[in-house]
Design a binder for this molecule. Structure first.
Ligand SMILES: [Zn+2]
Length: 122
């Protein structure tokens, strides 16, 4: 089972994740942590999306290659009326900047790799 529990993150990112959540709350951005730790098998399944399975390409990383597999990354979404609102680019940018301010690497800035506005890692 993949986890959305901040406690499953390694200490060096867990502290930053908690700070990120707190700052978002202070700024009135409603966010939800949707994934923290993911097994290697789950990563492989994700990788198949858009390749051997129908759907969009969701990752370029196979099992064992993602920071999620080591508790060194987490995904979040911005909520609107209690649901993830993936189209709210302004709020994701705002949240991305907040994460960067606490020392997280925000995948919303990635250019060479697959850009992911809801992903942080260290
Ligand atoms: Zn991610």
């Amino acid at each position: 089972m993949s986890s959305r529990d901040i406690n499953d993150l390694k200490p060096e990112i867990k502290m930053k994740a908690l700070r990120f959540v707190e700052l978002c709350k202070q700024k009135g951005i409603d966010i939800l942590i949707v994934c923290t730790l993911r097994t290697s098998e789950e990563q492989d399944e994700l990788w198949q999306s858009g390749r051997t399975k129908a759907g969009k390409i969701l990752t370029n990383l196979k099992g064992g290659k993602s920071k999620h597999n080591f508790g060194l990354a987490f995904d979040f979404c911005v909520l609107a009326n209690g649901k993830c609102d993936w189209n709210n680019k302004d709020a994701f940018l705002e949240a991305g900047k907040i994460g960067e301010s606490v020392g997280l690497l925000w995948a919303g800035r990635w250019t060479g790799k697959l850009k992911e506005t809801g992903h942080f890692e260290v």
